[in-house]
Design a protein around this ligand. Structure first.
Ligand code: HEM
Length: 424
């Protein structure tokens, strides 16, 4: 089954790019952009949209011309940020610092090389048994009922449990973890009201205070986890000075690990269930041949693209795809559109677990900001799905699904997916 994507009749100029319905279901709009204007300046906001695979890669790989210093836009989700929220952060929290995602070289390089070590392929490749234990434990919690909400009961559980252990945080703080992660996702959404921004600021302060204490504890009591590394390792800063991270820098890095890792991995796991159950022929293929699971995961990443869009800012007057882009312009690179580019992917809306070039997707980005956690995310999903498919038999959708993706200018995914299954 291909996702049925109806062509969009409306003229591009009439489209509100922050319309919640459009953000929830952007594929017809993306196709129109690719067909009519691969580099397109939205007349209402002035924001440039880049929608073809090749052009997106060009932007993402050129960190000199296209800056990631979009921290301010990201915090407000592209809209207005209320003063009261800024005051809460200023009086009770730590100031925002641009570390990895929102920093350019040489700043970016310093932080990235420090944190890269924690997520190296070698470290991640040893995590198989630990991930197997976790997914079995997660399934045990609802197994006897023969049904679950995939998003809440499985998909959100796995990455949070894995990262909690990597960060050295006890699981009794799991509820707080999820709350903070949700608040950060909401902050990026572009749909938050002033009241929501204020509530998010309060959550952010709680997160900062919690982790500031943990970091302090680890200064004198180092263990083998990322918090201890952040608390104790020296790094070479952008001025070539060897020093320890300041608390605000440590917190900015931790926040990124929490947000960037949890919602994205969770959304991909949920999407894989959705795609498999919607496409029984593809389900049968992976159930009968587990060696197809990695490619199935790559197809889910391609079709969903949980980090659907990303910001960039032009550092010079430039030209892209024949369109002039002035210095200072705000750009949205549409990763989700690039992943359905018909020039690269045949029948791009189709879920095909045997697709030869599925891995050419750009769901993890490109260039120096390419996802720091991609080895970990892949390891989690490649390890979990064989167990999921062995234990949850004859999976089908149950009552209550609306299959609606929550609107968010950067992230995309289903927040609920109710299924039933037979026990082995
Ligand atoms: C399916 C799961 C994931 C997807 C699809 C994903 C996607 C992405 C994308 C597209 C970027 C690039 C952003 C840009 O172009 O500016 C990125 C960066 C990043 N990701 Fe992921 N991510 C995932 C999981 C994770 C995990 C598990 C972690 C860590 C625990 C993580 C941490 C980060 C960080 C820290 C960055 C910023 C890196 C930098 O700027 O150098 N991600 N991710």
């Amino acid at each position: 089954m291909s996702e049925a994507i109806k062509p969009l009749d409306e003229d591009l100029e009439k489209i509100n790019i922050f319309d919640p319905e459009l953000m929830a279901c952007p594929h017809a709009f993306f196709k129109k952009l690719r067909d009519e204007a691969p580099v397109y300046q939205d007349p209402n906001t002035g924001i440039f949209q880049v929608s073809k695979h090749e052009l997106i890669c060009k932007v993402a790989r050129d960190a000199k011309l296209f800056s990631n210093q979009f921290g301010t836009i990201q915090r407000s989700g592209g809209g207005d940020y209320p003063q009261e929220a800024a005051d809460i952060m200023a009086s009770d929290g730590y100031p925002p610092v641009d570390t990895m995602l929102t920093a350019d070289p040489p700043r970016h390089t310093s932080y990235r090389s420090l944190v890269d070590k924690a997520f190296s392929p070698a470290r991640v490749s040893d995590m198989g048994p630990e991930i197997e234990d976790k997914i079995n434990f997660i399934i045990d919690q609802f197994y006897d009922q023969g049904k679950c909400d995939v998003s809440i009961d499985i998909a959100q559980q796995l990455p949070v449990r894995v990262i909690a252990e990597q960060l050295g945080v006890p699981l009794e703080d799991y509820d707080n973890f999820c709350g903070w992660s949700d608040a950060f996702v909401q902050q990026l959404s572009g749909t938050s009201s002033p009241e929501e921004h204020i509530a998010i600021a309060k959550q952010l302060v709680q997160f900062q205070q919690y982790f500031a204490n943990k970091l302090k504890e680890k200064e004198n009591n180092s263990t083998d986890d990322i918090i201890s590394d952040l608390a104790n390792l020296d790094f070479e800063d952008e001025n070539g000075k060897n020093r320890k991270l300041e608390t605000a820098e440590q917190l900015s890095i931790l926040q990124q690990l929490l947000v960037a890792g949890n919602a994205t991995t969770a959304h991909t796991i949920t999407e894989a269930f959705y795609l498999l159950i919607s496409n029984p022929d593809q389900m049968e293929l992976v159930v009968n041949d587990h060696s197809l699971i990695p490619n199935m995961v790559e197809e889910a990443l391609r079709l969903l693209t949980p980090t659907n869009n990303m910001w960039r800012i032009a550092t010079e007057d430039t030209e892209l795809g024949g369109v002039d882009i002035p210095k200072g312009s705000v750009i949205l690179i549409r990763y989700g559109s690039g992943n359905r580019d018909e020039d690269l992917f045949e029948n791009p809306d189709k879920f095909d677990v045997t697709r030869k070039n599925a891995r050419r997707h750009i769901a993890f980005g490109q260039g120096i900001h390419v996802c720091l956690g991609m080895n970990l995310a892949r390891k989690e999903m490649y390890t979990a799905f064989p167990i999921i498919l062995d234990r949850l038999k004859n999976m089908r959708f149950s009552e209550g699904n609306n299959f609606v993706y929550s609107p968010n200018v950067l992230l995309r995914g289903l927040d609920n997916l109710y299924i039933e299954f037979d026990q082995v």
